[in-house]
Write a protein that binds this ligand. Structure first.
Ligand code: ZN
Ligand code: ZN
Length: 354
């Protein structure tokens, strides 16, 4: 089933208003709080608990066999095609926000979310001023037509809490050299070093989407965890969202590797002041405390320039940007020309002085 939140004033679809806890109608400016929508939802679901379970079972079975699935838009009745992982999207015909409910319930329901704080207009302005910094960026890139294509997306994440314990042993030396006459005396003292370190890691993020490039997602971190709220579906209205491709269990090995390495480095960092250190053993024990499914906000701008694809990504909460700007060959040539002329003039001046 597809959900769209309808405006009580005019019947148009409501979208989440960034940085607030309300949904807003673009046409008549009516605002409805997420709390109110939740109450309506709960009433509805109590009435149709049985129906809902039957529906869900059917969908789970269908999910297993099909990669693509069509839903009917609640507003215009057109078919909305989605791939396997789309949780929030838009109707291709009427543009209304549509949430695919069965991809957001049960174990697919995120526990927490950070709402968008940067709205589309602010995102466009940030992209524009960023592209203007690059002297060699093709001018068309900062055109409104291109920047309008920026899309807001909730990316699925798993956040992990770990307690880490590292016991580390090392052999250290301190070397002193003294000289008496022609003789050099080298004193080496040997140390048996032991460390036992306990550290707490909170909400280590790992993106659970196949499409998103891990290195890019790591670069737009950190997110400000102070603004985490319990997940409610209306927050997704007006954005794209995916459900996770990888379960929290599947991603655990790579997260634990990261946490272990970090903890081991911390322990090693406490051994200082020796001439040489040779780590003889390091045992790291991790205890998983918690693992939660979260959705985090990201603005994305996809741009093809001369056959090459560029992706500019922005943290939807903090505005931090990551990506490489394309370079216009013409502008690069002009820039090269200007610097050559400057160099030529300098050479002439120097030449004249000689
Ligand atoms: Zn309205
Ligand atoms: Zn529609």
């Amino acid at each position: 089933m597809v959900i769209s939140y309808k405006c009580p004033g005019c019947g148009a679809a409501l979208s989440y208003k960034e940085g607030t806890d309300v949904l807003k109608c673009e046409y008549c400016d009516t605002e409805v709080s997420i709390k109110a929508l939740k109450e309506i939802e709960e009433e509805k679901s109590q009435n149709s608990q049985e129906e809902f379970h039957a529906e869900r079972e059917k969908v789970v079975r269908e999910d297993a066999v099909e990669n693509f699935k069509a839903f009917h838009c609640e507003s215009c009745g057109a078919e909305i095609m989605t791939d396997d992982h789309t949780a929030a999207t838009f109707c291709g015909f009427c543009g209304n926000p549509a949430l695919v409910e069965e991809r957001l319930v049960g174990e697919k329901r995120p526990a927490i979310l950070i709402p968008f704080k940067i709205n589309k207009q602010q995102a466009i302005e940030k992209y524009r001023s960023w592209t203007k910094q690059g002297i060699l960026t093709p001018r068309e890139f900062s055109s409104t037509q291109i920047l309008e294509k920026v899309t807001g997306m909730y990316v699925p994440y798993w956040l992990y809490d770990y307690d880490a314990n590292v016991s580390m042993g090392a052999h250290g030396t301190k070397v002193n050299v003294t000289r008496k006459g022609d003789t050099e005396y080298i004193y080496t003292r040997h140390y048996d070093i032991q460390r036992n370190i306990t550290a707490e890691f909170n909400k280590v993020p790992q993106d659970a989407s196949e499409k998103m490039v891990d290195s890019v997602m790591e670069q737009i971190e950190p997110f400000d965890y102070k603004e985490i709220t319990p997940f409610e579906m209306p927050y997704l209205s007006g954005f794209f969202a995916e459900k996770y491709n990888y379960t929290g269990e599947q991603l655990k090995p790579q997260v634990e590797e990261r946490v272990s390495k970090f903890a081991t480095d911390m322990a090693r960092g406490t051994i200082n002041g020796y001439s040489s250190v040779n780590v003889t053993y390091a045992n790291t024990n991790l205890a998983e405390i918690d693992m939660v499914y979260a959705m985090l906000p990201v603005w994305m701008l996809n741009y093809t320039y001369k056959g090459k694809n560029y992706l500019l990504t922005m943290n939807g909460q903090t505005g931090k940007m990551v990506g490489k700007l394309p370079i216009s060959p013409l502008r690069a040539f002009v820039a090269w020309g200007i610097s050559s002329i400057v160099l030529f003039i300098i050479l002439l001046v120097i030449g004249g002085m000689l």
